[in-house]
Design a protein around this ligand. Structure first.
Ligand code: NAI
Length: 436
């Protein structure tokens, strides 16, 4: 199968991007050095459905160093960095990705990946994994039809039998896979990389916290200082966005949250908390991060101030009711790259960033490399973990030792030393005779 990318002549530019990312991804580089010697992935074909960014490129190079044949397809049609895709093709990776591909191309890409009969899948949002399940359970929808256009004659039983395991990068993907498990339908073992501390504490919180604002600022060039910011959802992602809003000088940071414990946490963290109905009238900038559907609906949008800016940092483009907005708007026009203006029947103007898709990946470049270093170190170790053992069909978290190993490597590459317990202290904190 032939790779398909936008323009192979962008490869030189892509290699510079990869060089820059690698400067800040020392944990992954250390794993790569070990993989080069040990070749733990030899004989495996890895299908990676991830945002095609420079950081993903560094992960892919690491997997190739470990001896794997790698196929790379996008986990979002709008997040691909075309220069990186071109550079990876030049390094022997099979890539089917270009920025702005349509829905049909997106599922053609999944068909492309499956036609290699992968032994391991790496996923971000679970589109690849869920599609494999749809094929096996013979669910005939458009996505499956498009998959079969590039994977004609696919032997689904062989595909499923070949799979040693898969990984899942994000909260929403893990939720979808747990639902499959709950329904008794999960077909192969999955490692929920999102559940490693060194993933969600850093990537979801600090990575999304910074890169979401990077996306908002690039798309609008607005000053955040003095604005009222509404953050919907106070999970790991929402916490990061709220902290950074405060750091940028927002006049008010309002949190909308349905879970009482998390809402209380937001209050104690110093933020205002209120329901969306009320927050709708207060905000200048709204950012969703819930993994849920229509958390900003048309009723909320009707109440917003003229000029309100909306963006989404959650995995799917369903958090803001974009379909409803398209339907009721009396006019729409593109103002700048990734910024659309909608005029409501009342004459008020609403600005939507990146069509309501992941703002940090669409309007910016995704998480900074330093953060993806941790997430992708977990991905590389999870791929190795799968190939080293025969896992039963279930959803797993990576062992805590690996979490500690990743954190320690990161600290070491940052030149930071930490305290070591003495033998006496170790004995003391594991003894029942505390205090003596
Ligand atoms: P989480 O599960 O920790 O937090 C989500 C929060 O939203 C929960 O506290 C939940 O109670 C709240 N929520 C749900 N429905 C709500 C509603 N209608 N109104 C108010 N609050 C509501 O999840 P996490 O890790 O914060 O992830 C959130 C989303 O962001 C997921 O879709 C995840 O996949 C995505 N994500 C995006 C990243 C990016 O790069 N943009 C990076 C990491 C995760």
């Amino acid at each position: 199968m032939e790779s398909r990318v936008k323009d192979l002549s962008l490869a030189d530019k892509g290699r510079e991007q990869l060089y820059w990312a690698e400067r800040n991804m020392n944990v992954l580089l250390e794993i790569r050095r070990r993989f080069e010697k040990e070749k733990p992935l030899a004989g495996h074909t890895i299908a990676a459905c991830l945002h095609v960014t420079k950081e993903t490129g560094v992960l892919i190079r690491t997997l190739v160093s470990g001896g794997a044949r790698v196929v790379l397809i996008p986990s979002n049609p709008l997040s691909t960095q075309d220069d990186v895709a071109a550079a990876l093709v030049g390094e022997g990776v099979y890539v089917y990705a270009w920025r702005g591909m349509g829905e049909r191309d997106y599922y053609n890409a999944i068909g492309f990946a499956l036609s290699f009969y992968p032994t391991v899948t790496l996923d971000d949002g679970a589109d690849l994994t869920v599609t494999i399940h749809k094929l096996r359970y013979d669910i005939r929808d458009d996505s499956v039809r498009y998959v079969l256009e590039t994977a004609g004659g696919l032997d689904v039983e062989k595909l499923v039998t070949n799979l040693a395991g898969g990984t899942e990068e994000t909260t929403t993907g893990v939720v979808r896979l747990r639902a499959l498990k709950q329904a008794g339908k999960l077909l192969y073992p999955i490692i929920a990389v999102n559940e490693s501390y060194t993933k969600y504490l850093f990537d979801n919180r600090y990575g999304t916290g910074q890169s979401t604002w990077d996306g908002v600022v690039r798309a609008t060039n607005m000053l955040v200082a003095g604005k009222s910011v509404v953050v919907v959802g106070y999970g790991w992602v929402g916490r990061g966005i709220a902290i950074r809003a405060r750091g940028l000088g927002a006049r008010r940071v309002i949190v909308v949250e349905q879970d009482p414990v998390r809402a209380l946490e937001a209050v104690f963290d110093g933020f205002e908390v209120m329901p969306m109905d009320k927050a709708a009238t207060e905000g200048d900038i709204f950012i969703t991060a819930t993994g849920n559907i229509r958390v900003i609906n048309l009723n909320h949008i009707y109440k917003m101030k003229d000029g309100a800016v909306l963006a989404n940092a959650g995995h799917f483009n369903v958090e803001i009711d974009v379909v409803g907005l398209e339907r009721v708007a009396i006019a729409k026009r593109a103002i700048r790259p990734y910024l659309d203006e909608y005029i409501l029947p009342s004459g008020r103007r609403i600005y939507l960033i990146g069509e309501g898709r992941l703002v940090n990946l669409v309007a910016a470049e995704g998480h900074p490399s330093e953060v993806m270093d941790l997430s992708f170190a977990n991905q590389a170790l999870a791929a190795e973990y799968i190939t080293k053992r025969k896992l039963a069909v279930d959803i797993y978290k990576l062992p805590d030792e690996l979490d500690r190993e990743v954190a320690l490597l990161k600290l070491r590459t940052m030149g930071i030393e930490i305290e070591q317990l003495t033998e006496e202290q170790m004995r003391y904190i594991t003894s029942w005779e505390l205090g003596t």
